[in-house]
Design a protein around this ligand. Structure first.
Ligand code: KIV
Length: 256
């Protein structure tokens, strides 16, 4: 299957998307039939333990894209352009190409109208792009806190405008993060490309989650919309306790 086939397939059903940052996770998700795997810059938080995503570098994204690539056979592999890696159109194109060289089939960058020239330049270079609007983690310092978007008519209209210009530019999908559900549904109805929601209600064309939120593997920060379906943190804690008890047991020479 080509990248174009995988993108076309996203339009056929609800899009199931998850993040991955390492080989085993990527391979397990790919074998589970996940449609889109994102090497998200959320790795700065849930993999590296930083308070937000703004310190993630291109070198880190390249490394994680390379290892995730090894585990992905059927899913569309998308990588994030991290903060400050697309300050100019030239940087956007150069860095998007570096992610593609590392194995990404498409890149994602945050923003609508504000970044449209960069989006157009990356697309013109022949690289597929996913948009990302709503609450933008890379803008956290400017915004002060994580805020739901689309609460006022003006904000809703701006989001719709952002989505429209991104679609016109040629992005293949748009992530809608932390947007009032009615506004996310309205944006979805207005577009012909898939919307992939996270904290944006059930009216999007698909859904994306951070894999650590799904797996219950980052118990120290849980976004309000996270729905854990496993409890890896507790399982690993229990396994570590059992291992420690076995190693420390008096008279034990080998771990049972
Ligand atoms: O970095 C990331 O994981 C993301 C998702 C939250 C969409 O951008």
């Amino acid at each position: 299957m080509t990248t174009q086939d995988r993108i076309a397939k996203l339009r056929q059903n609800r899009v199931v998307a998850l993040t991955a940052y390492d080989y085993p996770t990527a391979r397990i998700l790919d074998e589970a039939g996940i449609d889109l795997i994102l090497v998200g810059d959320s790795l700065g938080m849930v993999f590296a333990g930083n308070p937000d995503t703004t310190s993630v570098t291109m070198d880190q994204m390249i490394y994680h894209t390379t290892v995730v690539r090894r585990g992905v056979r059927q899913a569309l592999l998308v990588s994030d352009l991290p903060y400050h890696s697309y300050d100019s159109t030239r940087e956007a194109v150069t860095n998007a190409q570096r992610l593609v060289n590392a194995g990404a089939e498409a890149v994602k960058l945050e923003g609508g109208l504000a970044v449209i020239e960069k989006v157009r330049a990356v697309l013109a270079s022949g690289i597929q792009v996913a948009g990302h609007i709503g609450m933008l983690p890379q803008s956290l310092h400017r915004e002060g806190s994580y805020k739901k978007k689309g609460k006022t008519d003006q904000e809703a209209a701006m989001l719709l405008e952002d989505a429209r210009v991104l679609e016109e530019a040629g992005v293949f999908a748009i992530v809608l993060e932390s947007i009032v559900p009615e506004v996310a549904s309205e944006i979805t109805r207005a577009l012909n490309i898939p919307t992939i929601g996270i904290g944006a209600g059930s009216g999007c064309t698909g859904e994306i989650a951070v894999v650590h939120d799904l797996a219950g593997f980052y118990p120290w920060f849980k976004p309000p919309f996270a729905k854990p379906r496993a409890c890896f943190a507790d399982d690993l804690h229990r396994a570590a306790l059992a291992y420690a008890a076995a190693v420390r047991a008096p008279g034990e020479t080998t771990v049972p």
